[in-house]
Design a protein around this ligand. Structure first.
Ligand code: HEC
Length: 150
């Protein structure tokens, strides 16, 4: 009788031990599987997704260069005033044709009696903007494109 009880206890012990071991193995394989999944995820992010920084178009890149070189000393691409007004939203205030004429020779636009030009000229203490006759229509378009995406 006693040996039977002892045997039963032994059996139960073995079973409990087996359950613990099995549980441990399951847990471990689950953890490593999780790591695998995460690894795959990270990899797919690196290989399949687009770069986070948008690629600048050639026009905008050219505009940035021209802006930095010719306009930055007096203008910000934001709405901040430097010497002249911030150029943010300029393509909503004026059309490209006007902006081109203005940049190439703002004095001529003022002289033509353009109301807006006279107003902005007076507002900024009649500081005459540099003439940029060397800038082509395409150059001005690039500058406006650059300002637009800021
Ligand atoms: C020496 C300073 C100076 C430089 C350099 C300059 N600007 Fe200006 N800009 C001004 C001032 C000042 C005004 C305000 C009008 C005025 O006084 O003639 C102005 C006005 C403007 C306006 C009208 C803004 C509005 O809100 O209506 C545009 C557009 C403009 N500039 C574009 C440019 C671009 C593009 C360049 C570079 C190619 C440039 N400016 C370089 C001083 C400058």
């Amino acid at each position: 009788m006693e040996t039977k009880i002892k045997e039963t206890i032994k059996l139960i012990r073995t079973l409990v031990l087996a359950i613990v071991v099995l549980f441990g193995i399951t847990l471990l394989s689950f953890i490593s599987l999780k790591n695998d999944i995460q690894g795959v995820k990270v990899e797919s992010v690196q290989t399949n997704s687009l770069p986070k920084v948008p690629v600048e178009s050639a026009l905008v890149a050219k505009g940035r260069e021209l802006f930095d070189l010719n306009c930055k000393s007096c203008h910000a691409a934001s709405d901040e005033i430097v010497i002249g007004p911030g150029l943010k939203g300029i393509s909503q205030r004026r059309d490209l044709d006007w902006i081109t004429k203005w940049v190439q020779n703002s004095g001529n636009v003022i002289k033509s009696g353009d109301k807006y030009a006279i107003e902005v000229f007076n507002k900024y203490n009649k500081i005459q903007m540099t003439n940029f006759e060397k800038l082509s229509d395409e150059d001005v378009k690039a500058i406006v494109a650059y300002v637009e995406v800021q």
